[in-house]
Design a binder for this molecule. Structure first.
Ligand code: WTA
Length: 645
């Protein structure tokens, strides 16, 4: 590892940082030696409670039973808004930057509070009660955040579905968690193009008879179909609603939201997060990872349809009284300078994005970056996938002019917040390494037998004890929670990722070790894409794997076996791509489809994905042992006809 460059913490940054190296060491030690003492102090410091908890922590990783701050009462929305009104009511809470560079607006904490209370009352007037699930299918407009907070205010459980998902995916998610109310917009706008959200919702709702109310925000004024027995305009409902809506007292362990995420098998699962632990964990990680000082302008480019948007656009920043920028557009529109133009326009101090965006912008060269000043930037962050050292150095030197530390934050939908990341004033940076665990997090690396490895090592990444932001269950299927995360290595939470620990004790995430793809930082299960492909009547069988892709990190490579007597053709290839797009959404479109007369299988009929991954990655000399295959000839056929990518 000697060729790895270590970037020390810049002195001027360290001088002003909230946590320095010695503090990190002592706080980390305390968080491990006395977790209950540590977390109860943090819970008092970061959150306002209506009633203190009876017990800090109760857990059993064999039953996947995890409870934090049981008996404590609080409200997430109250913590994000009400308690700030006296001290910072007129301070900006959200800066909204539209897809069109001429469109923006700001909402102060007071304005946001009023908007949230009105919509909360509108939800109530349509019968939404504590514990009910509400689906939010929205573009990146302030109303998306308002809807989330309004649910939290009245104790309803939101399930945000990314606006890029298809009607089919939306339908599955609405049905799985039995949402009866949907919040959407007429259309979204991204990169100058309109996305027909209401039309998509209408299609999904054909199969969801229990949905009785659809609130529609008028974003573009585009034409929409109207179902008067079900559809209401958001602006009309809030205009009539009172701005007085007390925040519901919730138990710390009452559900806050469900967010669907892909796993290696079956349909996406509803990750359930609860109120107290999640909110505390978002708030503390937001503050320390981003070294957030009062008044900093903070921008996370994620969409609220993903966990990053939940934790680091809405809940973490607002719990801390921060200024959070919400961006509707894309990095390359109207041109490849857009991110940096927005940084200059709003004097952004902290910028948090995904490696795939950095790699896409790197391709456009330095000129679009250098056309801007970026002098307000203090800190950069990355999330979603491993960042390759070239992209890291470009981000550091070109975007940050070598001045701004980078925090490489490893975490997951399931973890609620950052788990492994350098703290910018405390931990030296190594391009490509997420470095050290956050307070209270005890990572471990295990071998295939589940034995914890010591010192320098590589294996599967587990977490050996709970942290407050940990998911509590899979909505409606606790057994699936146990089976997915606590069975492979009994006694530990298994992340699904592989990792290496170097001689300094720093962690390097090596990527998923299960059948989950990471395409442009978006998680997709191979099984989901396969199920979409086999819906086509010409397809007998399909196997999907990831392969290295310059911009997306991973691309999607599909091997498709056709039904007897059907001939492959370019039209058929296009039909299959379109089918996946319709079933899941544009992010799941295969990059490569290879026609496969047969798939490599073991004698018991199991597809050997290891071999398919090697062929897709063009690593043909290291296919490994093929002797256990039922028909080894299949592999020669596939390698000979390997698709040109
Ligand atoms: C990957 C996103 C390397 C990892 C917050 C994880 C990363 C999955 C990093 C979770 C990182 C996320 N370095 N890999 N800094 N951050 N990942 O649930 O494989 O959408 O398991 O949560 O993204 O994706 P999810």
């Amino acid at each position: 590892m000697s060729d790895i460059k270590v970037h020390p913490v810049p002195d001027d940054f360290a001088a002003n940082a909230l946590i320095d190296t010695a503090q990190y060491d002592s706080m980390y030690r305390r968080s491990i030696e006395d977790p209950e003492g540590f977390w109860s102090e943090q819970a008092e410091q970061f959150l306002t409670w209506f009633k203190p908890w009876d017990k800090v922590l109760e857990w059993d990783y064999h039953q996947a039973h995890i409870r934090w701050f049981e008996g404590g009462r609080l409200n997430a929305c109250y913590n994000c808004l009400d308690r700030h009104l006296d001290s910072r009511g007129n301070q900006t809470a959200l800066i909204w930057e539209g897809d069109d560079p001429a469109m923006d607006k700001t909402l102060s904490y007071r304005e946001l509070h009023t908007a949230v209370c009105r919509f909360a009352n509108a939800l109530k007037s349509r019968g939404v009660k504590k514990g009910d699930r509400v689906c939010i299918y929205m573009p990146m407009i302030p109303e998306a955040c308002i809807a989330m907070l309004a649910c939290a205010r009245i104790g309803a459980v939101h399930s945000v579905v990314f606006g890029g998902f298809s009607p089919e995916s939306l339908k599955d998610r609405i049905l799985d968690s039995d949402c009866r109310v949907v919040v959407t917009a007429d259309e979204g706008v991204r990169g100058g193009r309109h996305v027909p959200l209401k039309a998509n919702a209408d299609k999904a709702l054909n199969a969801c008879p229990d949905v009785h109310t659809v609130f529609t925000v008028k974003r573009t004024g585009g034409n929409v179909d109207w179902h008067p027995e079900r559809d209401v305009w958001y602006h009309e409902e809030v205009a009539e609603a009172s701005a007085d809506c007390p925040a519901e007292e919730m138990d710390a362990e009452d559900p806050l939201f469900i967010l669907y995420t892909s796993g290696s098998t079956g349909k996406p699962k509803g990750v359930l997060h609860t109120t107290g632990g999640y909110l505390l964990y978002c708030a503390i990680t937001h503050k320390y990872t981003f070294d957030y000082h009062d008044g900093d302008i903070y921008w996370c480019t994620a969409d609220v349809g993903w966990i990053t948007g939940h934790s680091y656009i809405v809940y973490g920043p607002l719990a801390n009284g921060a200024i959070s920028l919400v961006f509707e557009g894309v990095p390359t529109w109207p041109d490849a300078s857009r991110f940096w133009q927005v940084v200059d326009k709003h004097r952004v101090n902290t910028f948090y994005t995904a490696p795939t965006a950095i790699r896409a912008l790197m391709r456009e060269g330095e000129a679009p970056v250098q056309a801007t000043e970026r002098s307000s930037l203090k800190l950069l962050g990355t999330v979603g996938e491993p960042i390759n050292p070239e992209a890291w150095e470009w981000y550091y030197n070109v975007v940050g002019d070598g001045r701004c530390p980078i925090v490489d934050t490893w975490w997951q939908t399931e973890t609620g917040g950052h788990m492994i990341t350098s703290l910018p004033g405390a931990i030296p940076m190594k391009p490509g390494s997420a470095t050290r665990p956050f307070f209270g997090v005890v990572p471990g690396i295990v071998d295939n037998e589940g034995k914890l490895l010591e010192g320098e090592c590589e294996g599967s990444l587990v977490i050996t004890r709970p942290w407050p932001g940990q998911m509590r269950t899979v909505y409606g299927d606790h057994q699936r929670f146990i089976d997915t995360y606590f069975k492979a290595f009994p006694g530990y939470y298994f992340s699904g990722d592989g990792a290496r620990r170097d001689a300094d004790g720093d962690y390097w995430i090596t990527g998923r070790v299960d059948d989950v793809l990471n395409v442009s930082g978006h998680r997709l299960g191979t099984a989901e894409v396969e199920s979409a492909l086999v819906l086509h009547k010409a397809v007998a069988e399909a196997a999907v794997v990831g392969y290295p892709h310059d911009v997306k990190g991973q691309g999607i490579y599909a091997y498709v076996t056709l039904v007897k007597d059907i001939e492959p053709s370019d039209e058929l290839r296009q039909e299959l791509v379109d089918l996946v797009r319709e079933e899941i959404g544009p992010i799941a479109k295969p990059d490569v489809i290879q026609w496969a007369p047969a798939l490599p299988k073991t004698r018991s009929g199991k597809i050997m994905r290891r071999i398919l991954r090697k062929i897709a990655a063009n690593e043909l000399d290291t296919l490994g042992d093929t002797s256990t295959l039922a028909d080894p000839g299949v592999v020669d056929e596939l390698t000979a006809n390997r698709a040109n990518q």
